[in-house]
Design a binder for this molecule. Structure first.
Ligand SMILES: [Zn+2]
Length: 93
């Protein structure tokens, strides 16, 4: 697993541990299911996006293409999209 995916999967699973530890379920690291649809997966991805992506750093990089931004931030492209959605959801720009 690449360094970028390692960071993402750990942050994603930490999100499950913090957000979803009250239902008795066990979550397992699986790089192929982390972006699966579903409420819990989206919540874990939002947690990972907020943990790994600094909003100011992201804004400084906007204008470039998504894959360059993702590579600069060392996160998957999908996480950049989620973080941008989070920012748009609570600020106007
Ligand atoms: Zn998950």
């Amino acid at each position: 697993m690449s360094y970028t995916m390692n960071r993402f999967v750990l942050a994603h699973e930490l999100g499950h541990a913090v957000l979803h530890n009250d239902n008795g379920s066990k979550f397992f690291i699986d790089e192929y299911t982390c972006f699966a649809p579903g409420k819990f997966e989206l919540e874990a991805n939002k947690f990972a996006a907020n943990l790994l992506i600094n909003e100011k750093n992201l804004k400084d990089l906007l204008g470039g293409d998504l894959s360059s931004i993702a590579s600069e931030l060392e996160v998957p492209v999908q996480l950049v999209k989620i973080k941008i959605g989070e920012i748009i959801g609570h600020t106007l720009w």
